[in-house]
Design a protein around this ligand. Sequence first.
Ligand SMILES: C[S@@+](CC[C@H](N)C(=O)[O-])C[C@H]1O[C@@H](n2cnc3c(N)ncnc32)[C@H](O)[C@@H]1O
Length: 250
Amino acid sequence: MPQIIAAAAAPNKTVTSDNIKSVYSKLRTAKAPVFKGIEGLAINQRQQMNGLELLARVEDKTVPLVFFDPQYRTVLDKQAYGNEGARQKHRASLPQMPEDIIAEFLSEIERVLTPQGHLMLWVDKFIVCSGLESLMAGTELNLVDMVTWNKKRIGMGYRTRRTAEYLVIFQKSPVRAKGVWCLHNIPDVWDEKITDRSHSHSKPVELQKQLIEAVTNPGDLVIDPAAGSFSVMAAAMAQGRRFLGCDLLG
Ligand SMILES: C[S@@+](CC[C@H](N)C(=O)[O-])C[C@H]1O[C@@H](n2cnc3c(N)ncnc32)[C@H](O)[C@@H]1O
């Protein structure tokens, strides 16, 4: 029996797992080159180094998935609310990334991604609203999706109070979902409360686990060059993938 996925926009037509076969596939046929390790870089471990130096040592077109969560300078500027609480102080003390450094990271990420590989880029509402074009101008990565993360915790804000962050998903050409993205039950609004409060920008491990499973195979390499609390490492290891990443602060 075909499973009913959703009511279709066209009247009297229901979308089932049979009649959407041509678009969705649970089978991943995409394969990344076997990762043989990089001398001097540790796998599945926290490392203290500059993410650009780490990326520079990774070969072209070898990585199926990179997460990137920059320490946006512009966001801090916008957040200069005069709120001098302990968390704001901790945030302000993290190494900032000016736009030209973020552009360098993005260009290196594009270089190391396999064809059809994915970049999961965390942004906040200022970036969503002002547009991603200038941020992504130096790359040819294709915008393919976005997930809104409901942090289930009320944050700051002069007007509305922030509870969401956004994960924008890019794919390196050729753009394709079938055979590449194999999990089709991830909602694009994701509720997850963080329990690890050791880093002020920790991202949701459960969501990252699902995304890793969707676009990589067991044993594949997942990179996070600005890893913060290393939430991507926890997610990648839980899914049986290999993690390579670092943070300037270790
Ligand atoms: C937004 S946080 C990342 C949070 C992370 N996604 C998590 O789940 O915990 C950004 C991190 O980038 C780090 N950082 C800034 N510049 C860096 C650089 N050049 N290389 C590596 N890490 C850097 C900061 O120390 C900070 O921990």
